[in-house]
Design a protein around this ligand. Structure first.
Ligand SMILES: *Cc1c(COP(=O)(O)O)cnc(C)c1O
Length: 369
């Protein structure tokens, strides 16, 4: 074929998702699969969001609000910041994409710790930029000192996943503050807080409340995909300096956030905060139970802070395969460079019970097939 693709695409492979509901949720034995491979919230959309989605159905032939002014106002009020600092998009991955499109020329560097969320490196490679990674610290958290040591003249973006996926490690308040004071002014720091509402450590900072300012090259991303239960609708946002938000608006797809997502996100932000607290507490209980029972079974999960736990199991691909045969989907971490580990999402109480039973049975059969 004679068409000439961009050189950068040679280094790009499509985003690799974990196994999930898209492949069907019924297990051959009739039980529903436990979907613990993608860190989706265990609880569905809040009731008000479900109603909002239904109420929008009759307007499905109408484009959503251009520029998303209504959702911007809701998010701005939720955080107590100006609406000009809010950039809604089809998930936080879309925010990473548009930041990359606005900032990265070929040969520029994008810095993060490894292993981490795949989108950071993927979005860099799409632009012909160079992903540069330094190791996480021993607890599986981003290492601010290592990041600072790797910043160069070509660095345009530094990501800080807090907590990190897949390990769950946290950068605490003092360390993040010192990092932001030290990072050179030509670098945009993107703090990814996809799991913010799950974390209950008092030393964990709210980067929007504590570090965001219109004058500082800092962007914070949040998503409706996790605790808010809207992963299937694709909506998230960045909180960033107004000048950067205006640049992102230049490259965003028109009407990118659909009217169902806009309505559901708005209803979710207005919902009773007690429901989100209940989800945080239920998830923390499930996380503690997983860590405790896995520890008692002789495994040592990494310190966990969100709705997932990383565990060393030996041959992770085989363990994930054997769990899938029992109707439990988890994420083997081979494609993240950790072929000996799986990541399991904290689901409902029933799902956690099913996972633990299946896991003990798989591990007891010796080297899994
Ligand atoms: C799940 C996740 C996201 C969310 O991505 P969306 O595009 O908003 O669904 C962002 N960052 C990390 C680290 C995640 O694990």
């Amino acid at each position: 074929m004679g068409v000439r693709f961009r050189t950068a695409l040679g280094d790009v492979s499509p985003y690799q998702a974990g196994r999930g509901g898209g492949e069907g949720t019924d297990h051959p034995d009739g039980a529903e699969k436990a979907l613990l491979a993608q860190n989706e919230g265990a609880f569905g959309p809040v009731a008000a969001a479900q109603r909002a989605i239904q109420e929008e159905a009759a307007q499905g032939h109408r484009y959503p609000e251009s520029g998303f002014a209504g959702l911007k106002r809701e998010i701005a009020a939720y955080h107590g910041i100006p609406a000009d600092n809010v950039f809604p998009a089809a998930g936080s991955c879309a925010v990473f994409h548009y930041l990359s499109l606005c900032l990265l020329d070929p040969g520029d560097e994008v810095l993060f710790c490894s292993p981490t969320f795949g989108a950071y490196g993927l979005e860099a490679r799409k632009m012909g930029a160079v992903p540069v990674s330094v190791p996480l610290d021993a607890d599986g958290a981003y290492d601010p000192a290592a990041l600072l040591g790797a910043v160069s003249d070509r660095t345009k973006i530094v990501y800080v996943a807090n907590p990190n996926n897949p390990t769950g490690g946290l950068v605490l308040r003092a360390a993040l503050s010192a990092f932001l004071d030290a990072v050179p002014g030509h670098v945009l720091t993107v703090i990814d807080e996809a799991y913010f509402d799950y974390v209950d450590d008092p030393a964990y900072p709210d980067a929007i409340a504590e570090f965001f300012s219109d004058e500082r090259p800092v962007a914070v991303t949040r998503t409706f995909s996790k605790i808010f239960g809207l992963a299937g609708l694709r909506v998230g946002y960045g909180v960033l300096p107004a000048d950067i938000a205006r640049k992102l608006a230049k490259v965003q797809m028109p009407f990118e956030v659909n009217r169902f997502a806009l309505a559901a996100a708005t209803a979710t932000l207005r919902a009773d905060p007690a429901e989100i607290r209940r989800r945080r507490e239920a998830t923390a209980a499930g996380r503690l139970r997983l860590v405790g029972e896995l520890g008692a079974a002789g495994f040592a999960p990494l310190p966990a802070s969100a709705n997932f736990v990383q565990i060393r199991v030996g041959d992770a691909a085989a363990v994930a395969h054997d769990l899938a045969e029992r109707g439990i989907l988890v994420r083997p971490l081979g494609s993240w460079g950790q072929p000996d580990s799986i990541r399991v999402t904290v689901g409902t109480v029933e799902e956690t019970t099913r996972f633990l039973d299946a896991f003990r049975s798989v591990m007891a059969t010796g080297t899994p097939s």
